[in-house]
Design a binder for this molecule. Structure first.
Ligand code: ZN
Length: 239
């Protein structure tokens, strides 16, 4: 039984009560439910702490195992909770909130650059997306920066809608970014909408987002690099 992913319904949960369902061979902790986002295509796994009666383990990152279950990876030398123990799983909220701002910013970048996406990642200071952009259509750095800052300042709400796998299959054009793939095979897919009815951006996404774009804060386009014949890497940073 995989952990229930509480952050999918509420990315603002900072901690939760849970039960230890297993410890893997590398000392990774499995829980029945979690607020920890596991590393998936470009968004880093969460850090934080798992506490139980008589001990705690600092969590360095969170990953998925081969069975797609969430594994909380302790820093080296941490104590491990007994299987079956009741614990509190608490995020390093400053780190997660920064990831939420950076990830939501990547949606805006995607909306502002209407070309196919081939990859992406976020980090401490912002993030980047790789696009296929033909020669002659590469955006101007300053103009793109203005567009992004306008979308941030307009404070568009971020909301969700769950649709069925069938509805998703009938709307493949909605899949633009491959940076955070939506969960598949669970019978439903989460659509992320920025602006009323997704007028700014609308795509399936399993990542974590801030609740409106103003929370991202001011940004700047740091670089537009050529990474191949038509592959352009656009890097945007917080200011
Ligand atoms: Zn997203």
């Amino acid at each position: 039984m995989s952990a229930a992913l509480l952050f999918r319904d509420d990315a603002f949960l900072k901690e939760c009560a849970a039960t230890v369902t297993g410890i893997n061979e590398q000392g990774g902790i499995r829980l029945d439910r979690t607020v920890f986002y596991a590393t998936a295509g470009g968004q880093p796994g969460d850090r934080g702490v798992i506490r139980w009666d008589g001990g705690q383990a600092e969590i360095a990152t969170t990953v998925y195992d081969e069975a797609k279950d969430v594994v909380h990876v302790p820093r080296e030398g941490q104590a491990l909770p007994p299987i079956g123990a009741g614990v509190t799983a608490a995020l390093d909220w400053a780190s997660r909130y920064r990831n939420m701002r950076a990830h939501t910013l990547m949606h805006l970048l995607c909306a502002a650059v209407p070309f196919p996406v081939t990859g992406g990642a976020i980090g401490e200071d912002g993030g980047r997306i790789d696009f296929d952009i033909p020669e002659g259509q590469i955006p101007d750095k300053a103009t793109l920066g203005e567009t992004l800052n306008r979308l941030v300042a307009e404070d568009h709400p971020v909301s969700f809608r769950w649709i069925s796998d069938e509805e998703m299959a009938a709307n493949q054009h909605l899949i633009r970014t491959m940076s955070v793939k939506p969960p598949v095979g669970t019978g439903r897919v989460r659509l992320v909408m920025i602006g009323a009815d997704g007028k700014v951006d609308l795509q399936p996404c399993g990542g974590t987002h801030v609740s409106s774009t103003a929370a991202i804060g001011p940004v700047a386009v740091a670089r537009i690099e050529n990474k191949g014949k038509i592959n352009r890497r656009i890097r945007v940073v917080f200011q």
